[in-house]
Ligand binder design. Structure first.
Ligand SMILES: Cc1cc2nc3c(=O)[nH]c(=O)nc-3n(C[C@H](O)[C@H](O)[C@H](O)COP(=O)(O)OP(=O)(O)OC[C@H]3O[C@@H](n4cnc5c(N)ncnc54)[C@H](O)[C@@H]3O)c2cc1C
Ligand code: FES
Length: 352
């Protein structure tokens, strides 16, 4: 068994043979950042100051393009080869809420957009309410042991209900069933809360939120949290989609702008015809952010949505002066088992 020491806090935890640093930290109740858990999004990136790791599961795709001199490591995939000293961001705010499994009942199902389904879930009789921080996600547990991650589209509510925005993915097993088969009254098994995309309240800096498609779900949760706190920090919310219909809660976001003086909302459409027809701004959402805010050095940035948008933000926002430790994100990648299969398929092709 090896020991990992976190440089900033000095906290230490043991790692079992074959365990990743992230799994061992979670077992020890220490929250390190993560999102995809498959090695592709980069949100678990840390700096290895001493020791060595290997990547026996998925290749560390998110480190491609990183110079070895930076000693970067992906905590969700790295398995220690000895004791380690690591510089990693700790997200202590999520440590107080233990994740657990529970059964829920679907109490509402609605079509938010042509391929986005809104769900409301409530704990099944006999289950206690779930607690979570705004922005966190849940895993739907499927019968064969696989999991499907979805953000919770709001903070905890007095009635214990949980809101989700599910995009129907072409060829996707679970989301196709949600679209066509799931009925009000059906039950789901969940594990939650998960993730470290949560409000950071130890800052007075202006905030930028960027959502792509259903990436609006956790952004909505975090923005509503800051508005409920009565924050005076300036907030810019960018929401990008292809069609106007995909901005499925446009009036809600416009309502934020009307009621909160410090908040400005920027809807952006990537389809030129749709943008012209609706009178909304045209372009890619990250480009809109950079056009308005070419210098991000004084901001905190939260982003969530499709991997391509997250990748662009990771590169270009840092180029615009944003310190990496003030970029918070959830990348809506496919579930870890699907990514592992896709990556294994690519590796197989490369060796063929
Ligand atoms: C932290 C997090 C939060 C998320 N939150 C949300 C959210 O709030 N709302 C939301 O809409 N989405 C969210 N997502 C994305 C969501 O989890 C996925 O869309 C979902 O897992 C898809 O499940 P599925 O069973 O329908 O699709 P899957 O069956 O997993 O298939 C997904 C796609 O991959 C393809 N595929 C499957 N296996 C292979 C293979 N071996 N090789 C090649 N291609 C393959 C399928 O054809 C399909 O196109 C989130 C993701 C993460 C990581
Ligand atoms: S790369 Fe590790 S959580 Fe995404």
């Amino acid at each position: 068994m090896f020991t990992v020491t976190l440089k900033q806090s000095g906290r230490r935890f043991p790692v079992e043979p074959g365990e990743t640093v992230l799994e061992a930290a979670q077992r020890a109740g220490i929250a390190l950042p993560y999102s995809c858990r498959a090695g592709v999004c980069g949100s678990c990136k840390a700096i290895l100051l001493e020791g060595q790791c290997q990547y026996p599961r998925n290749p560390p795709v998110a480190l491609s393009g990183t110079s070895p001199a930076q000693h970067a490591v992906l905590l969700c995939q790295a398995v220690p080869c000895g004791d380690l000293l690591i510089a990693a961001r700790e997200v202590t705010s999520v440590e107080d809420i233990a994740r657990r499994r529970l059964e829920v009942v679907v109490t509402e199902k609605s079509a938010l957009a042509p391929d986005v389904i809104g769900l409301r879930l409530e704990p099944a009789p006999g289950e206690t309410r779930l607690n979570w921080l705004p922005g966190q996600y849940l895993d739907v547990l499927l019968e064969d042991g696989r999991r499907r991650p979805f953000s919770i589209a709001g903070g905890p509510r007095a009635d214990g209900s949980i809101e989700m925005h599910v995009r129907h993915v072409a060829g996707g097993g679970f989301t196709s069933w949600v679209a066509d088969g799931l009925r009000v009254g059906d039950r789901l098994r969940l594990e939650a809360p998960l993730g470290t995309f949560v409000p950071r309240e130890d800052s007075e800096r202006p905030m930028v939120f960027m959502a792509g498609g259903t990436g609006f779900a956790p952004v909505k949760a975090i923005v509503e949290h800051f508005l409920a706190l009565g924050t005076r920090r300036p907030i810019e919310v960018y929401w990008g989609a292809r069609n106007a219909a995909d901005l499925y809660l446009l009036e809600l976001a416009r309502g934020w702008e009307r009621s909160a003086h410090a908040l400005r909302f920027h809807p952006v459409l990537s389809d030129p015809e749709q943008a012209a027809a609706s009178g909304l701004r045209m372009g890619l959402v990250h480009e809109a952010v950079l056009e308005d805010l070419p210098d991000l050095s004084g901001h905190d940035v939260y982003m969530s949505g499709p991997p391509a948008m997250i990748d662009a933000g990771r590169k270009l926002f840092l180029d615009a002066g944003l310190p990496e430790e003030r970029l918070y994100y959830d990348s809506f990648d496919y579930a870890p088992d699907v990514l592992a299969q896709i990556l294994a398929g690519r590796a197989g092709l490369a060796h063929a």
